[in-house]
Design a protein around this ligand. Structure first.
Ligand code: ZN
Length: 242
């Protein structure tokens, strides 16, 4: 079985389409939240995602804000502008779909959350201390998260040691250790200085994780963002991956 793991699409249809094409065939899709926010294509991204086969999709912090389930004031003023635009743009059907998504899920050996298992909507896992602390908050061998827009794999040995971050090689399968915390990176707004869309493939029977990146037409997305009047920072950052 092959599971496509995606997160933080952020209304970037061109990046999402590039990922789906690059991934080829898969049996299931796990989407770890933030389908909308920042980008110019909220409706088409929700529509593409909801049609994916055997989909589990979570609600992220941007999705929650747009759906009226989180305060916009928790975001900085520029992000609030993009959220207001998204709220006006999304049609009623897509809004209802987002509103009803869960914030976390458990799938056999894997826990799914947008931010972290400790705080599924909001917490960022950005360092080994936060990663280590979060191993106490899931009982499955593995936990997959998004939210930081940075791909990672932390594995855990014992309570006495900090979780270790392992370097990932693109396209190279990693056999997962006993317990691991993983992030597939962001489809629509990567933040690890690599502008290519990020995703991962998970093969549960083999306990394999394969990180991938794919180039997409950033300029086409930037043109749609300009047309929509979205904030300049978000238009610029997708070209650089910060
Ligand atoms: Zn995000």
């Amino acid at each position: 079985m092959t599971i496509l793991v995606i997160s933080d699409i952020h209304a970037n249809r061109t990046a999402l389409e590039a990922v789906l094409e690059d991934a080829g065939s898969f049996d299931e899709v796990w989407c770890l939240g933030d389908v909308v926010g920042y980008g110019p294509d909220p409706n088409s991204c929700v529509e593409i995602v909801r049609e994916l086969p055997d989909l589990v999709c979570l609600r992220g912090n941007h999705d929650s804000a747009v759906a009226g389930l989180a305060e916009n004031t928790k975001f900085n003023p520029t992000a609030q502008k993009a959220l207001e635009w998204t709220e006006q743009e999304l049609n009623a059907g897509n809004l209802t779909y987002i509103k009803e998504l869960p914030t976390h899920a458990e799938m056999d050996e894997v826990t799914l959350a947008h931010g972290s298992p400790r705080d599924p909507v909001w917490e960022y896992i950005m360092d080994p201390y936060t990663a280590t602390a979060n191993f106490d908050f899931f009982s499955t061998p593995y936990c997959l998260v998004g939210h930081s827009h940075i791909p990672f794999l932390y594995f855990y040995r014992s309570e006495e040691e900090l979780a270790q971050r392992r370097n990932l090689e693109l396209g190279e399968a990693v056999e997962l250790p006993g317990r691991a915390l993983l992030n597939p990176g962001s489809v629509g707004q990567p933040r690890d200085n690599d502008p290519r869309a990020s995703y991962a493939v998970f093969e549960p029977e083999k306990r394999m994780w394969i990180p991938h990146r794919v180039v997409y037409d950033v300029e086409a997305v930037q043109a749609r963002m300009k047309e929509a009047g979205l904030p300049l920072t978000y238009i610029q950052r997708i070209a650089h991956g910060w």
